[in-house]
Write a protein that binds this ligand. Structure first.
Ligand code: ATP
Length: 363
């Protein structure tokens, strides 16, 4: 096991940069997740670490060694892909032992390792089956097992759960987390699924447009996003964004005003007439009926009871010809407004975020 460190990595295709200025260090034994929308550069970073892609500039270290010029097969990292890439003509046993056989490990040692790995992944009853006789989840476990059997310095996992159905995905995700807790192998995991990122990671790297937007542990990123992109990417439903103008009474949104709490005013020093994007998470808006406590009125448009909570989508009417602003709210199940109902909404003002509407930077 080893740390993995990237220093100023860039990868250009022709003149277009797929990734730029990528620097981070995953300490030995930690589980880090690269997350971001399609095309943001996640796989390029992983492939560059694996040696399947050559960085245009920058340095990569695995353990103490700079591996820039070390070929992929000598980097001692194991990569697991979305499509498992199992050998179809080999049994589970042969698939698990393949990497060791290639390294000319002796037969008895291969058998012992394969059996140990199979036991830990609950594959021991399936050792004599071929991949096509396995479910998607079992195939994925074999792909992981093959990587574990090699005892690599680090695991690189590229969307390993994305071919599984929802239930199996949840189960395999939990198994993966348990496995990491047990083995403690340095892991870098790529996904576009923010739930996977939040639940698995010691630290998350959020990427957009080939650049790192923020690095942090899941709750720090959720509670203190640096910009609008990170704020709206993590969380489901995502953070609501309301375009607002600063007026003497606070932030005016389509003719209605949300007060600006004192500490926020001191921090951002808003000027009258300035435009801001306000951010508020669905769980920080309460339905207070038609009372004086309401900051904003809106109309319920969709109500989704989920048992443990109810999701309500509301429309804040626009002024003049403007289209309405749509907000998502997360409420307790006993509150079930009817579509079309007018609702008073109260914002948790100490959980209000303010972003620059042009750059998206948090203020
Ligand atoms: P996805 O989630 O869709 O897999 P990603 O975040 O993993 O996306 P990458 O596959 O790393 O994104 O691609 C990053 C950018 O680099 C994209 O704009 C992609 O089109 C570009 N790119 C990747 N490989 C090549 C290539 N071989 N030639 C040219 N452009 C490439």
């Amino acid at each position: 096991m080893a740390r993995v460190c990237l220093e100023n990595i860039a990868r250009r295709f022709d003149r277009t940069a797929a990734i730029e200025n990528i620097s981070f260090e995953v300490p030995d034994g930690e589980f880090w997740v690269l997350v971001g929308p399609s095309g943001c550069g996640k796989s390029t970073i992983l492939r560059t670490i694996a040696g399947l892609e050559t960085a245009t500039s920058g340095n990569i270290y695995i353990g103490k060694h700079c591996v820039n010029s070390v070929p992929a097969r000598e980097r001692d990292v194991a990569m697991v892909f979305q499509n498992y890439a199992l050998y179809p003509h080999m049994t589970v046993r042969e698939n698990l032992g393949f990497g060791l056989k290639m390294r000319k490990v002796d037969r008895a040692a291969i058998d012992a390792t394969v059996e140990g790995v199979a036991r830990s992944l609950d594959l021991d009853r399936l050792l004599d089956r071929k991949p096509k006789q396995l479910s998607g989840g079992q195939q994925q476990r074999v792909a992981l097992g093959r990587a574990i059997a090699r005892q690599p310095q680090a695991f690189l996992l590229d969307e390993p759960l994305s071919n599984l159905d929802a239930q199996l995905r949840d189960d395999t995700r939990a198994e993966l987390k348990q496995l990491h807790q047990r083995l403690g192998i340095t892991t870098i995991y790529v996904t576009h699924d923010q739930v996977e990122a939040m639940t698995l990671a010691d630290r998350i790297i959020v990427l957009e447009g080939g650049r790192i937007q923020q690095i942090g542990d899941p709750l720090t990123l959720y509670d203190r996003p640096k910009n609008r992109m990170v704020a709206t990417f993590l969380g489901s439903p995502p953070m609501n964004i309301l375009p607002a103008t600063y007026t003497p009474d606070g932030f005016t949104v389509a003719g209605q005003t949300i007060p600006c709490p004192e500490p926020l005013a001191v921090r951002i020093q808003p000027k009258l007439g300035c435009r801001f994007d306000l951010g508020i998470r669905p769980e920080h808006i309460a339905i207070v009926g038609d009372s004086e406590a309401a900051h904003l009125y809106a109309e319920a448009i969709v109500v989704e009871p989920l048992g443990r909570e109810t999701l309500v989508r509301v429309a804040v009417p626009g002024e003049n010809e403007e289209s309405p602003t749509i907000l998502n709210l997360q409420t307790t199940p006993n509150l079930q407004p009817r579509p079309g109902e007018k609702l008073g909404l109260q914002f948790k003002l100490d959980r209000l975020f303010v972003f620059d509407p042009v750059t998206g930077e948090g203020l």
